[in-house]
Ligand binder design. Structure first.
Ligand code: ITT
Length: 202
């Protein structure tokens, strides 16, 4: 698998500003020149996959082929135990066409009515895809439980209702650096680093 070095350009293949900010923060120490799908005017591919891996691959492939550059895509979501893993790959779609996560969080809470089990996990699959067709995927998970009402205005998406295991606060109440220590995206990224960047000091 080719490596990425400080002079290389990498497309961050997401149209979600919250993800873009977090991925840019994770990549910053490695010095690659990150350019977003939005900046390049790339279209948003339809997510026709049946799991996180398939969707991450199709988004990364579409961006890599359109831009002629390596591309990093993220497919992620919230899996709620008592809802058999929903919303899962449909996490963004539960927020409706206006991407209003108040609506998505209210739907989760409504569907949990009468169920005692409030366990949930965030899942993230990252795909790094090269224009020649080489690719690799990396997965990270973060378990926790759901609170109601939503708390905090940090982060994005479902962060205000997700309380990671071992913490009294939600992701919505955590500073970005604190979330990055334990969240699903950072964990997937930690798997990617040795495969894609090698030893940053070596
Ligand atoms: P792209 O496909 O353009 O990357 P998207 O928002 O459509 O953007 P997904 O299909 O992967 O991306 O949807 C994942 C949704 O899961 C996302 O919109 C968030 O609502 C939610 N999600 C993922 N990671 C999250 C996090 O760290 N905190 C809160 N919500 C998160």
């Amino acid at each position: 698998m080719p490596r990425l070095g400080p002079k290389d350009r990498l497309v961050i293949a997401t149209h979600n500003p919250g993800k873009l900010r977090e991925i840019a923060e994770l990549i910053a120490p490695f010095g690659v020149e990150a350019v977003s799908a939005g900046e390049l005017g790339l279209p948003e591919p339809e997510e026709t996959g049946s799991d996180f891996v398939e969707n991450a691959v199709l988004k990364a492939r579409a961006a890599a082929e359109a831009a002629g550059l390596p591309a990093l895509a993220d497919d992620s979501g919230l899996e709620v135990a008592a809802l058999e893993g929903a919303p899962g790959i449909y996490s963004a779609r539960w927020a409706g066409p206006g991407r209003d996560f108040r609506i998505a969080m209210e739907r989760v809470e409504r569907e949990l009515t009468g169920k005692g089990d409030r366990r949930a996990a965030f899942v993230c699959v990252l795909c790094l895809y090269w224009p020649g067709g080489e690719m690799a995927t990396f997965e990270g998970r973060c378990t926790g439980d759901l609170v109601w009402p939503p708390r905090g205005d940090q982060g994005f998406g479902y962060d205000p209702i997700f309380r990671p295991e071992g913490y009294g606060v939600t992701f919505g109440e955590m500073a970005p650096a604190e979330k990055h220590r334990i969240d699903h995206r950072s964990r997937a990224f930690a798997e990617l680093v040795p495969a894609v960047f090698g030893d940053p000091d070596g």
